[in-house]
Design a protein around this ligand. Structure first.
Ligand code: ZN
Ligand code: ZN
Length: 425
């Protein structure tokens, strides 16, 4: 009865090329006619609109008859223009029974793949609820490609888990991480990513060195306009120490409301970015139940960019529980998409501005913030890639949780088959 589309591929193609699109169709209506496809570029097109510009959308581009390719597969060669999203419709007679999208990318973007990651989260090695292993399996189950475990004052959970994971799979990655605080604890937090060592031991075990370095900064900079010059100098020191350890210094949740005030005062936020103290901004942070903090961060990020400040961004859940929507956690709602060549390119991708912060309400409604080109491509992937990919990583995560190598290999073969169809690059 009727007609049904069960699969269509590829979804990402090379811009300015001819590519064959495939559609798996079934249903008795196929006996009544020839299905047709129409591909419409969203903005860059090779066919002039005039004089048809005012015509109905359905008439702007031609319908192309699909050719049977066996086993219910139908295909058509399509000429793709510039890098952009294309809408794809398939019909039989007057019945338009499929509507979706394909994305064309230029060669430099074609060389990169998206890596969905959380750059700030906790396990029971600090104040999180679950073990590092259970935590990373929960992330993998919802389509993450990497996580940075950033326990408070502790670097070892990230590198220990990385060492445990690496022999089992190369399809998921734990990045070294740590959330750094002043000795004795404090409300201002700085996330260290991809460093070669922990920074907290320096703060805890070398007070003379710390004091001397902070004093140097106080002597070099006029911090008199700031409410707490020592705190500002200390944050600058911590960021420098993270860089000395080979890591990325991330300004964590600046507008997190802690103890009745914001984590960073606005003048402090502006000071650190104008000085270039940090490498990336946690533009979208999970510890924000009302959206107030993320909203203020986004506004200031915009204002500073107008000033000429270059500020790479990440999105992070700061989840303490790896489950959806607990009272105060935002697992799988704020995250980062990094466009990179591999795991060893993730840090460079963040630093180079190839990262997009995502605020996801569900698979249909989400916001992507970052450089326009990447954020636009991220929007397409959020709709067309991640739901399908996430369905496949459920089995991979289960195999990982059981440390079952045969099941891991089977899940990875399924993922590889999906990726080979999804990307025609
Ligand atoms: Zn924090
Ligand atoms: Zn945290």
């Amino acid at each position: 009865m009727g007609i049904q589309l069960t699969e269509t591929y590829p979804k990402v193609v090379a811009a300015n090329s001819r590519q064959t699109l495939y559609f798996s169709l079934c249903g008795s209506d196929l006996e009544s006619g020839v299905p047709q496809v129409k591909v419409q570029p969203m903005e860059v097109h090779t066919v002039s609109h005039a004089p048809e510009y005012l015509s109905h959308q359905e008439d702007r581009y031609p319908w192309i008859s699909l050719t049977p390719a066996g086993d219910g597969l139908y295909c058509a060669p399509i000429d793709f223009a510039g890098e952009q999203r294309y809408s794809v419709k398939v019909r039989l007679g007057d019945n338009v029974f499929y509507s979706g999208y394909v994305y064309g990318v230029d060669p430099d973007l074609a060389a990169l793949r998206p890596y969905k990651g959380d750059t700030h989260l906790h396990t029971n090695c600090s104040d999180g609820w679950e073990s590092p292993w259970d935590t990373i399996c929960a992330y993998r189950a919802v389509g993450y490609d990497f996580v940075a475990i950033t326990d408070h004052g502790r670097y070892y959970p990230s590198v220990d888990t990385q060492a445990q994971l690496a022999p089992l799979t190369d399809r998921f990655y734990v990045m070294p991480g740590e959330e750094v605080h002043p000795k004795g604890g404090s409300c201002f937090h700085i996330v260290s990513l991809d460093a070669g060592r922990g920074v907290s031991p320096v703060l805890e075990q070398q007070p003379e060195y710390v004091a001397a370095e902070v004093d140097k900064i106080l002597a070099q900079r006029d911090l008199s306009a700031l409410p707490d010059p020592w705190a500002a100098a200390f944050r600058t020191f911590v960021a420098r120490e993270i860089r000395r350890a080979g890591g990325i210094a991330v300004m964590a949740h600046p507008y997190w409301e802690c103890g009745g005030e914001y984590n960073y005062q606005t003048v402090e936020f502006l000071h650190h970015w104008r000085q270039g103290d940090f490498d990336a901004l946690e533009l979208l942070a999970g510890c924000d139940d009302t959206g107030n903090g993320n909203n203020l961060q986004e506004i200031l990020w915009n204002d500073l960019r107008v000033e000429g400040c270059r500020i790479p961004v990440v999105g992070a859940s700061d989840a303490h529980v790896p489950r959806d929507r607990c009272d105060y956690d935002h697992f799988n709602h704020q995250f980062t998409l990094v466009f990179a060549t591999g795991y060893d390119d993730l840090s460079a991708g963040i630093m180079d501005g190839r990262a997009v912060a995502v605020d996801r309400r569900d698979d249909k409604f989400f916001r992507c913030l970052g450089p326009y080109r990447y954020a636009k491509y991220a929007r397409f992937l959020m709709r067309e890639y991640y739901p399908a990919y996430g369905a496949l990583t459920v089995a991979h995560a289960a195999a990982l949780a059981a440390q079952d190598t045969a099941a891991l290999a089977a899940a990875e073969a399924q993922i590889d088959a999906f990726l080979a169809k999804f990307y025609a690059l």
